[in-house]
Each structure stands twice: as C-alpha cells, then as structure tokens.
Write a protein that binds this ligand. Structure first.
Ligand code: SF4
Length: 353
C-alpha cells in the first residue's frame, strides 16, 4: 500500500474548518427549536412540499428534526447510496436534498429531469474539498494501468473521470471483486477507509491522502476510558476513522450497517464513532438501548467537530422551510458532465442490485 501526499499538504484535513464555520457549527449544536416554532415550521414545510410537488431526502447526519419531517412527509432518510436510489425512484418533480453538496450532485446526475435543491449551498465535505479534480487527474495519468475507484464523497468532476464510484456500504464488495479480477486500484480520497479496505481485501491500492474531519477526530484512548466506565458497551465504528479506533470495534461499516448492528448486536449500550445525529435512528429502532458519543477529545484536543459534521449542521429547519417555499439553491450541472459522471454511478447501483 502506498500513500500519496497531495500537493495540498493533506496532513491536516481540519484546515477546511475556518473559524466562521466552526462558530456557526457550535451555534447549530446549541440551537433548540421550541415546540411551537417546530410545529409552525413543520406545517409550513408540509404545505409547501405539496404545493411545489417536492419530496425531501435526508442523510442520517442531519438535525433529527429534519429527519423527523422527512419521514413525516413520505420522504426518505438514509445513507448516501440509499438516498441516491430513492432520488431516482421517487416520482416528485422536485427533490430537496438535506445533506452535503456531493449528495445533491449525485441526485442531479441520476435524475437530471428533476429539480434538485438544497437548504444551503455552503454545505460541503472535507473529503470533496481535499480531492481537487485537476490534482487527481495528474495522479491518474501517472497510473493508467490502475482502476480509479473514488468514494461517493467527491465532486461530479472527480466522479466523471473515475472507473468506479463507491459508498462505504458497498466499497468492500467492489474492491474485493476488482482484486479478484487481478486489477490494481488507485483510491481516492479517504485514506482511512482506503487503508481499511486494503487490509480487508488484500487489494493492491495506492491511496490519496485526505480524511473526514469528523471521523479523524475519534480517539482510541478516549474510547478506552469510556469503555472502562461502561465495560458492557459495544463499540460501533465508521471506517473513515483511524485504524486504532477501527481495531476496537465490535462492528465496522457504513451508517446503515451501524444502525443494523445497533439493533441486532446483543448489547444494551453502545459507544458510537460516527456523527451523533445517527442516534435519532438508532434510538428509534432500539428505544431501550443507550448510546454514547465516542470521544473526540483528550489531552491537548481542540475538538473541532465534536462528533457532528459542521457542514451537515448547516442544514436547519429554517433553511429547509425557505428552500421548500422558494425552491432556491438549485443544483445545476452541465449535461456532458452528468453523462460522464453517471457511468460509474450506474455501475455501482447495478453492482448492488
Ligand atoms: S461527516 Fe465527514 S465525510 Fe461526511 S460529509 Fe461531513 S466531512 Fe464529509
């Protein structure tokens, strides 16, 4: 396994977190929507969704109130692969995507005839930002013999130049299959997920060097300390986390896999190393179980994410309401880009069918 040091000096993915974003993220963590306010906003969203022939699709990492209104209005809450599939089968003319930009772009690529809108255009992802298409193209040109496999958390331009797009729920199966066929892989952008896949499958992989600002912060020492307080707790870990955290897991996998594990594993308590908004779904399925955030802190830590994605946190009931009312913040992509980026996405969906 090789690790490519990008020209962007990838050692600190948290450089994407500027102070204003961190401050707004902290506000979103502290924000409490009063019941009256919540009811008014729910009513307005329900009314305007009908009026504008729109549905909402949301990721497990957005505010639980958004997940609640999504389900209440017949929309869909899921991981990025499930969101993409829902987007293509849903019959509404317009789709409001509550998550981050690459998810909305994926919806546009798979359903170009639909209007795709987002509550905020600012919501992006450190993995997408850490993998500029021009730099990846340079690396791809140096390794023409390798299959370029990219994580879904990338721009439409990056997807368009790739052989395969994968989400964390299907990455292992696709890499295993390629390895079985004797193919070598160029992987981008998440180095931790890439190294986990390399270890699990034995595939020959060159890894891009980027990371998720949320999962990179989980600390194995913090989990050990928390385990000492709750020795009977299971540990659930998303594979975007560092290897020493993955090693402590009772279950490793995508958000959907972790939710399933929280239901099925024989523990009454779980320490969860992924975005804490997932607790909404986990508690829905297992109301009698206890869930603890895996620590992101520790000695000398600055805890920039505090187990919640700062970009997912920019989605709120307020900007969702505005988006549903005005159908603003539309995602637009060139037809030629859509055509190229659709090929690897279709391959992934067919592989999963
Ligand atoms: S949680 Fe990490 S991978 Fe997911 S959108 Fe946020 S920064 Fe990107």
């Amino acid at each position: 396994m090789f690790l490519i040091q990008s020209a962007l000096d990838m050692d600190a993915s948290s450089r994407f977190l500027n102070q204003s974003l961190i401050d707004r993220h902290r506000d979103s963590l502290n924000k409490v929507d009063g019941p009256a306010n919540k009811d008014d906003l729910f009513e307005s969203i329900i009314y305007n969704l009908k009026k504008n022939k729109a549905s909402v699709v949301s990721h497990y990492y957005v505010d639980p109130l958004i997940q609640e209104i999504t389900e209440k209005t017949g929309g869909f809450v899921g991981d990025s692969l499930e969101m993409a599939k829902f987007g293509s089968r849903c019959e509404s003319e317009n789709l409001i995507v509550c998550g981050v930009k690459f998810m909305a772009e994926t919806a546009k690529i798979l359903s170009p005839e639909k209007g795709i809108f987002v509550p905020t255009l600012e919501s992006t992802c450190s993995l997408d930002l850490g993998c500029p298409a021009a730099e990846l193209k340079e690396l791809k040109n140096k390794h023409p013999e390798r299959e370029l496999v990219v994580y879904a958390n990338t721009s439409a331009e990056v997807k368009a130049m790739s052989d395969w797009v994968v989400t964390s729920s299907i990455a292992k199966e696709i890499i295993e299959d390629l390895h079985f066929e004797g193919k070598k892989i160029l992987w981008a952008p998440d180095k931790y997920l890439g190294s986990y896949l390399q270890k699990e499958t034995g595939a020959d992989m060159i890894l891009w060097d980027s990371a998720c600002v949320v999962h990179e912060e989980f600390k194995s020492n913090g989990i050990k300390d928390l385990k000492a307080l709750h020795p009977d707790a299971g540990v659930l870990v998303h594979p975007e986390s560092p290897p020493e955290v993955i090693e402590m897991a009772d279950a490793v996998g995508s958000t959907s896999h972790l939710i399933k594990a929280s239901k099925e594993l024989d523990f009454d308590k779980f320490i969860v190393a992924t975005d804490k908004s997932i607790f909404y779904k986990m508690s829905q399925f297992s109301p009698n179980k206890e869930f603890f955030e895996a620590p992101t802190g520790g000695v000398g830590s600055t805890c920039k994410s505090c187990a919640h994605c700062p970009w997912m946190g920019l989605n709120s009931l307020y900007n969702l309401d505005k988006c549903v009312l005005e159908l603003n913040n539309e995602i637009q992509l060139d037809e030629s880009l859509i055509k190229l980026a659709k090929e690897p996405l279709d391959k992934m969906i067919q592989f999963n069918a």
